[in-house]
Design a protein around this ligand. Structure first.
Ligand code: 0X9
Ligand code: ZN
Length: 434
C-alpha cells in the first residue's frame, strides 16, 4: 500500500512544483490533523513520513495524545485518505488553510505612534529599535553586542543582561526564530528581555546568572514570512543556492555536530529540512556558533526557542537509539520547568530526547551539548493547538506562563554553577519548589 501511495503522491507533488502558480500557494491547501490511538498507528504515520518525503509535515506525533499535522493539496488528500482510513486513524481537516493566514498581525500601521507592546508580533526593524531603546534606558543592565549581518544584510545584536558583567557568572544563552514562521519564539525572547530588564522582581533571576539572548536568529526568513500570505509558512534562511534557483537552508540542520546523518534533505529545493551545502554554510548559524565558542564553558544552559507542539526536548537529537549519559539531569530539570509552567496555568511540556521525538541531525541543541559542552541544552517548542499561527491576542496569557519555567532554569543554574558567595549572600538556594 505504501508504495502505491508514494507513487501517487510523488506524481501530484511533481505537478505542484512544475505547474502550480506560486501566489496564493497555500490558499486551497488542507491541514490534516491525524490522531493516532495505538502504537501501530504511530508506526503507520512514520511510514508515511519516511515514504513520502515531499509532504509538508508541520508536526510529527510520537505520543498517543498528540497529533501529526500535514499540509496537503485537495488532490493529495484524496490520495492519502484511503490509507489513513485503512489504518483506522481518526483525523480532522481544516479547509482552505492558507486563507486563514491573518494579514493584520503583520501590519506595522498600528504601531507607528505607539510604544512597543511585548504582547504583539513586530517587524524585525521594530524589534531592533526596541532593543536599542531598552539598552539606552537600562545601560547598567543591558548591553548590545554586534554579531554581524544576516545573508541579506540585517544587523544582528546579542542582548547581554547582567548585574555585574565582570563577575564571570554562568551564562544562560537563549535564541529564537531560527525557523522563520515560528513567530511566537522571537516574541518569547523579547518578553524575556523585557521582564528581566524592567521588572524589579526579576533581579532575583539576575543574581549570579547572566542572560544572553538573541531574539531573531533568522531575520531574513522572519521578514519574508511577514510580506505576504503566500510566504507565511517559510521556514528556512533566504540564502540563494549556488547552482539551483532555490533559496534557503534549514538553520536547525546546519550545525556541525553529526551533520546530516539523519532527518535532513540534501535537496536545496526542499522547503523544509535542507541541511545546507556544508555545516555552518549560513551566516546566521555562524553567529550563534561564534557566541557559543566565545563564551564556551561559561554557558551552562542553552535554550533554542521554537514552535509548536509544547515539547521540551534535549540531546541527542540526531538519534533516538540512545541517550547521553547525563540524560536524567536533563530530563528532571525539563520536568521541573514544565511543572512550573503548569502551576502558572499553562500546558505542561512533553519531555523527552529530541531524537525519540524524531531523529534530526545538525540541530543547535546537539551542537551546544556535544561540541561546546554546555551541560543543559534544550529545544523548547512553544504552544500547541494553533500550528504556526499562534494568535497574537493570546500572547499576554502564555508568555508570562512560560516565564515561570525560565525562573526554574535560572534557579538551577545559579544553585549548581554560581560562585557560592552569590548563593549565600542572597540566600537563594533551592527556591524553585515553592
Ligand atoms: O525539527 C526541528 O528543527 C525542531 N522542530 S520544529 O518543528 N520547530 O522544526 C526540533 C529540533 C529538535 N532538536 C534536534 N533534532 N536536534
Ligand atoms: Zn522550529
Amino acid at each position: 500500500m505504501i508504495h502505491g501511495l508514494i507513487f501517487l503522491l510523488g506524481v501530484s507533488t511533481l505537478y505542484l512544483q512544475v505547474g502550480c502558480k506560486e501566489d496564493n500557494k497555500y490558499d486551497d491547501y488542507m491541514l490534516m490533523k491525524l490522531y493516532p490511538n495505538t502504537k501501530s498507528q504511530i508506526e503507520a504515520l512514520r511510514d508515511i513520513e519516511n515514504g513520502v518525503p515531499k509532504l509538508e509535515i508541520l508536526k510529527r506525533s510520537r505520543n498517543l495524545n498528540d497529533t501529526t499535522d500535514i499540509l496537503l493539496t485537495p488532490e493529495q488528500l484524496t490520495e492519502l485518505k484511503p490509507f489513513v482510513k485503512k489504518e483506522g486513524i481518526t483525523y480532522d481537516i481544516k479547509d482552505n488553510y492558507g486563507r486563514s493566514f491573518e494579514a493584520v498581525e503583520r501590519s506595522p500601521r498600528r504601531r507607528v505612534f505607539r510604544s512597543f507592546n511585548v504582547f504583539e508580533y513586530h517587524s524585525y526593524g521594530a524589534i531592533q529599535e526596541h532593543l536599542e531603546m531598552l539598552a539606552k534606558m537600562h545601560p547598567e543592565l543591558l548591553k548590545l553586542a554586534t554579531l554581524g549581518s544576516s545573508y541579506q544584510g540585517r544587523r544582528m545584536k546579542l542582548a547581554k543582561i547582567s548585574l555585574n558583567p565582570n563577575a564571570n557568572n554562568p551564562i544562560i544563552f537563549i535564541d529564537g526564530g531560527i525557523h522563520a514562521r515560528e513567530w511566537v519564539a522571537p516574541a518569547m525572547a523579547m518578553y524575556l528581555i523585557h521582564r528581566l530588564v524592567t521588572d524589579p522582581e526579576a533581579r532575583h533571576e539576575l543574581n549570579g546568572v547572566d542572560w544572553y539572548i538573541l531574539p531573531v536568529v533568522n531575520p531574513d526568513g522572519y521578514e519574508f514570512t511577514r510580506t505576504s500570505r503566500t510566504n507565511r509558512l517559510w521556514r528556512k534562511t533566504r540564502s540563494k543556492n549556488a547552482l539551483l534557483d532555490c533559496f534557503g537552508v534549514d538553520g536547525n540542520r546546519n550545525y556541525a555536530f553529526k551533520w546530516a546523518v539523519s532527518g535532513v534533505s540534501k535537496n536545496p529545493c526542499d522547503k523544509e529540512t535542507y541541511a545546507g551545502p556544508k555545516p555552518f554554510s549560513e551566516p546566521e548559524t555562524q553567529m550563534v556558533r561564534n557566541v557559543m565558542i566565545t563564551y564556551g564553558k561559561r554557558i551552562k544552559l542553552y535554550v533554542s526557542l521554537h514552535s509548536y507542539g509544547q515539547y521540551l526536548v534535549y540531546p541527542w537529537g540526531y538519534t533516538g537509539d540512545f541517550l547521553p549519559k547525563e540524560w536524567e539531569k536533563l530530563d528532571s530539570l525539563a520536568k521541573m520547568v514544565s511543572d512550573a509552567v503548569e502551576r502558572a496555568g499553562g500546558q505542561p511540556f512533553r519531555v523527552m530526547s529530541a531524537g525519540k521525538w524524531y531523529p534530526a541531525a545538525g540541530g543547535s541543541d546537539d551542537f551546544a551539548f556535544g561540541a561546546i559542552g554546555v551541560p543543559y541544552s534544550y529545544t523548547m517548542e512553544l504552544t500547541d493547538g494553533y500550528e504556526f499561527l499562534f494568535p497574537e491576542r493570546l500572547l499576554h496569557t502564555v508568555l508570562p506562563q512560560f516565564y515561570e519555567g525560565f525562573k526554574v532554569f535560572a534557579a538551577q543554574i545559579r544553585n549548581e554553577f554560581s560562585p557560592t558567595r552569590h548563593r549565600k549572600a542572597f540566600n537563594l538556594d533551592v527556591d524553585y519548589n515553592v
